[in-house]
Design a protein around this ligand. Structure first.
Ligand code: FES
Ligand SMILES: [Fe+2]
Length: 458
């Protein structure tokens, strides 16, 4: 027996040393705009990022409109850990650990619902929707020593909301959410102060054979892939008016934005754009809520996309699902959930302006689903490519060769394309040709690397 324990210890030491060396190598290659591909599909890296990233930082759990009434709940994960996002009977949000204080079973088994109590299916312990333990079968006979007040469900120690977006952090200490969001608040204010939005229907969820970091990095603003990777969708005349060339636009990439990354199309025209929303919907917006600079960016906005570290991306798409139909403004929130090395679950929410007509909301949903969902025109293009990256990343060949790196040097050197746009009014650094810089995407890997090596020893 002892031999087995020694062996497993030495295996984990070897793995630790290997990941340490890999992260050290990445620290060097990052300066040259290169990222070791192996970090995308590696069990030890995956375990470490669950602890050092998802166990330490703010992670999105849901939109307040998903739990409007006391007792409304949704099952959600932080990294791979099971939680219940619930509005308690006192009206407060909580993010409760979905594990009974008796023997650990999931007390909530349904994906969503409304309940005053969660009753554990194993032995029947019962908790209020605030997490308090209120029922223990045969307590007098066997558990009269139990102090129920000490046995409520565990909960994420930090839960904060910004513009309706609810985040939680499971670490004992964390900076305030707004500080963590930093420059990203400028974009979030632009969307959510201007437009009261709500989630339409239930989120789509599906599993994909690629690492969560691959789409995360893409949604920091990989505009370079659009003409090639999405050619078939663009040729079909679906998707955004800016990508199809229906409307002329400038594309900007935002880097140095406190670890988050964005890119956006601006349609230089007197005609209002507002991400493709028609005038009768634009009329319902809170135009006074933005300052003049923000308002002008919103007015000219075609597609905007971005990622809030670690794994919440969004795309605000002025577009269509049929070249014969009018464009609508669809806002999609997407969470790339880690599910083992080289695997993820996508959670995809579609949002629409709350004050728009039901008919318009339905169109928003249809256009969102047709472009970004398990069978979405743009989704299948991406996923069909991404899984191959992770297959290569997890290969023996990638492990054995120190130069199997992905490249993020576009726009460096003498290239004139990625000029800094000095007149940018928002946060971070804007690159004038957003499709021709990798600086925003490199920010993701810089932030990831910093978090992964934050324990000093690594
Ligand atoms: S595990 Fe929940 S009541 Fe026993
Ligand atoms: Fe794509």
């Amino acid at each position: 027996m002892s031999h087995g324990i020694d062996e497993s210890q030495s295996t984990s030491q070897t793995e630790f040393g290997r990941v340490k060396a890999l992260l050290e190598r990445m620290g060097e290659t990052l300066e040259d705009g290169e990222v070791p591909m192996q970090i995308l599909n590696d069990d030890a890296v995956h375990q470490l990022e669950l602890e050092r990233i998802f166990g330490q930082t703010w992670v999105y759990v849901g939109h307040e409109s998903e739990v409007p009434e006391p007792g409304d709940y949704r099952q959600r994960t932080i990294g791979e850990d099971p939680f219940i996002f619930v509005r308690g009977e006192d009206g407060d949000f909580r993010v409760l650990f979905n594990s009974c204080r008796h023997r650990g079973a999931n007390v909530c088994r349904a994906e969503k619902g409304n309940t005053s109590h969660f009753r554990c299916p194993y032995h029947g312990w019962t908790y209020k929707n605030t997490g308090d333990l209120v029922g223990v079968p045969q307590k007098a006979a066997g558990f009269d020593h139990l102090d129920a007040e000490e046995r409520g469900l565990h909960e994420a120690p930090h839960v904060e909301e910004y513009n309706g977006l609810v985040f939680a952090c499971v670490a004992p200490e964390v900076e305030p959410l707004e500080e963590f969001l930093g420059g990203a608040t400028w974009f979030l204010d632009m969307y959510f102060d201007l437009i009261d939005m709500e989630v339409i229907g239930d989120p789509h969820r599906w599993e994909v054979e690629n690492d969560w970091k691959t789409p995360t990095e893409n949604f920091y603003g990989d505009n370079y892939h659009i003409p090639m990777g999405h050619k078939s969708a663009i040729d079909a005349g679906v998707g955004s008016d800016t990508a199809t060339g229906e409307k002329e636009s400038n594309l900007y990439g935002i880097a140095d934005c406190d670890g988050h990354g964005f890119s956006f199309y601006q349609i230089e025209s007197e005609e209002d754009s507002y991400w493709g929303h028609p005038p009768e919907v634009v009329e319902t917006f809170n135009h006074d809520a933005l300052d003049d600079d923000q308002h002008e960016v919103a007015r000219k906005s075609g597609v905007t996309l971005g990622t809030i570290f670690p794994n919440l991306s969004f795309i605000f798409l002025g577009g269509r699902d049929d070249p014969e139909k009018d464009s609508v403004g669809t806002f999609l929130l997407r969470k790339w959930e880690p599910r083992g090395a080289g695997k993820m679950e996508v959670v995809n929410w579609i949002l629409a302006p709350k004050d728009a007509s039901d008919e318009y909301k339905e169109r928003v949903y249809e256009v969102g689903m047709s472009n970004f969902s398990p069978s979405g025109n743009f989704e299948v293009d991406d996923v069909g490519i991404w899984y191959g990256i992770d297959e290569a990343a997890g290969s023996v060949f990638a492990r054995q060769n120190d130069d199997v790196n992905t490249l993020f040097t576009m726009g460096r050197g003498e290239n004139p394309a990625a000029t800094v746009y000095d007149e940018w009014v928002g946060p971070g650094t804007a690159y004038l040709e957003g499709g021709m810089t990798d600086e925003n995407q490199l920010d993701f890997y810089r932030t990831w690397h910093e978090a992964m090596t934050s324990d000093g020893g690594m």
